[in-house]
Design a protein around this ligand. Structure first.
Ligand code: PAF
Length: 302
């Protein structure tokens, strides 16, 4: 199987690797190593993605491209972060479109598109990291092992490319906190830059999974963000039990949507809080299921 694993478009760059040939998976690593040896850039930005690139990714790639001398976009559907086989099989992919999207934003960006065997010894397994339990709360409670899988692939990408900065979106806010914990505990030399959640016109947080929804549910899914916005208004006035009751009621009133969790936590530690204290920064999280698809979102409350 021939795979175009690495696209190096370096017309405007200081050095010129005219064409990394179409590479077969097994000799892929040597091409990456050749590239890494030659690069002379000062500030390197990494945008890790699982492909199916959307407006949120575009913002991340733009930010990296303005902030860094060189941007690497990794496109890799990481099997070890899927606790549900069906979710992995159904995960949307759009290879050619993704490559065009990156090139349009930054023709010099490097697209890293490995095979599973390039990043894992098969069968692929997550490593075990001590993340002080931050990986086992909120999303981690419902997706066992998910953040260990994320940490495994992110650490491998950091080690491969030694980026100065890595770019993540706030839609997956817990992921940012997990990666920051990984960096701190394992002494990795990379700084995290985040962007605010990019939304559809309805307010629904943009996610690669949104295209799996039918039109009606995609529109109705605005109740997730609407609920979060209401919570933000209520936070100083109502007690947290009342707020939780309010959110449950909204979802009970919509038969297509199941509320998997709603919680209010401290913004950095993600510890759940039970009452409002103006000196503590808070964030609210929602996960709802529709058509068997999990949609997550969060909002800064103060
Ligand atoms: O957010 C994602 O798309 C993934 O979790 C990431 C960070 C690319 C790791 O596979």
């Amino acid at each position: 199987k021939i795979t175009k694993n690495l696209l190096l478009n370096s017309k405007k760059t200081k050095f010129r690797i005219t064409k990394i040939p179409i590479l077969e998976s097994f000799n892929y690593s040597s091409a990456v190593n050749r590239y890494l040896k030659k690069r002379k850039f000062k500030i390197v930005g990494l945008v890790p993605t699982m492909g199916s690139l959307h407006k949120g990714h575009i913002k991340l790639i733009e930010k990296s491209s303005t902030f860094c001398d060189e941007t690497i976009v990794s496109i890799f559907v990481n099997p070890t972060q899927f606790n549900n086989k069906k979710d992995l099989i159904n995960y949307p992919q759009s290879n050619k479109k993704d490559i065009d999207t990156v090139k349009k934003i930054n023709p010099n960006a490097i697209i890293y598109k490995p095979e599973v065997s390039d990043l894992y010894r098969l069968p692929a397994r997550a490593e075990t990291f001590d993340l002080d339990g931050i990986d086992r709360i909120i999303e981690g409670k419902f997706r066992k092992g998910h953040f260990q899988g994320v940490a495994t692939v992110v650490k491998r990408l950091f080690e491969k490319f030694s980026p100065n900065y890595a770019f993540f979106g706030e839609k997956d806010y817990q992921q940012i906190i997990v990666v920051k914990k990984l960096i701190k505990k394992y002494n990795l030399k990379v700084k995290i830059k985040s962007i605010l959640t990019v939304r559809e016109d309805s307010g629904l947080a943009i996610s690669s999974r949104n295209i799996l929804l039918n039109n009606e549910n995609r529109h109705e899914a605005k109740i997730i963000y609407e609920s979060l916005c209401e919570v933000k208004k209520m936070i100083k006035i109502y007690n947290f039990n009342e707020i939780k009751g309010f959110v449950s009621k909204i979802f009970l009133g919509n038969e297509n949507f199941n509320l998997e969790y709603f919680c209010i936590t401290e913004n950095n530690s993600l510890k759940e809080v039970e009452s409002f204290n103006p000196s503590v920064k808070l964030r609210a999280f929602i996960c709802a299921r529709v058509q068997g698809i999990r949609l997550i979102d969060n909002i800064a409350l103060n």
